[in-house]
Design a protein around this ligand. Structure first.
Ligand code: PAF
Length: 282
């Protein structure tokens, strides 16, 4: 039976007892409204650790002034049921007061330089500061050995890896593969907001990522691929934020360079913003 914990003392006591027994603890931070993609992260954590904690906390500091924190979907009963079925041991449900004892506006802030200014960071200023701030707090609260994040939020994963390395957090970061619908659309809580017409268009993003990879393999210059991808999205009915090829650290690759690359797309379809990416070897 999953244990639901909303007091930090109780969470700490549970983790200390597990560690006293020599058990390894895995952690999956979330903002709730969970779907199969999240549950696959719990299963990944279970395969590598003895006990798994998931947190559900809708973090106010990662929402911009025009992004509606109040409307973020909250589905606590379904989340707890799904976590239990996925084999999660503890659901950590901190209140805003427990997370930010001085209030969210007076909290100590984290800032990861460089990689947070680009891509999603450019269109969502302050977003990754909020993510780094809450993830630092969650890591301190849970004291896990392993934390699992989805590859779908590629830039978030890069920010967290940077944070963990720079601050020497004693935690291993694992990345879970993106789960897809049968037509290739990356699973996301946001897919539920797509109209039927836009739901049919949305898998275009996955096909575009594959085409960007194939164009790179065919020797096309990066800027040409990005310009065609942007135009392709517009023609299909999206309003693109970006469609780019990058290295895993989000720097720009030189034309013809080898090594690991990633194609990344973020685009609005109606009122829904979709993101996806595809890693490949050049
Ligand atoms: O990916 C998310 O759901 C959130 O950004 C995270 C990592 C739980 C921090 O609030």
């Amino acid at each position: 039976m999953i244990e639901v914990v909303d007091q930090l003392d109780a969470l700490r006591a549970r983790i200390v007892a597990w560690k006293r027994d020599g058990l390894r603890v895995g952690f999956v931070p979330t903002m709730g409204n969970l779907h199969a993609g999240h549950f696959s992260l719990i299963e990944l954590a279970r395969r590598h650790t003895d006990k798994v904690v998931a947190s559900v906390f809708v973090n106010p500091t990662q929402f911009g002034p025009n992004e509606d924190f109040g409307c973020y979907p909250r589905t606590p009963d379904a989340d707890a049921e799904g976590l239990q079925a996925a084999g999660c041991n503890v659901l950590w449900l901190p209140s805003v007061g427990a997370m930010y004892p001085y209030g969210a506006d007076h909290a100590v802030q984290m800032h990861v330089p460089g990689i947070t200014d680009t891509l999603d960071g450019a269109s969502r200023p302050g977003h990754f500061d909020g993510v780094a701030t809450v993830v630092t707090r969650l890591f301190n609260q849970v004291q896990a050995d392993v934390a699992v994040f989805g590859c779908k939020d590629y830039q978030q994963l890069a920010v967290i890896r940077y944070l963990v390395r720079d601050l020497a957090f004693p935690i291993e970061i694992m990345a879970g593969d993106t789960l897809r619908e049968a037509d290739g659309l990356a699973m996301s809580s946001r897919n539920q907001y797509l109209s039927a017409e836009n739901r049919a268009i949305a898998p275009t993003i996955h096909r575009l990522l594959q085409a960007m990879r194939d164009a790179w393999h065919a020797g096309m210059p990066r800027e040409g691929i990005e310009a065609i991808a942007d135009q392709f999205l517009r023609t299909a009915g999206f309003v693109p934020d970006y469609a780019v090829l990058r290295r895993p650290d989000l720097s720009e690759p030189m034309d013809g360079e080898g090594g690991a690359l990633v194609a990344l797309v973020a685009a609005r379809l109606g009122t829904t913003r979709l993101i996806d990416n595809l890693e490949f070897d050049a």
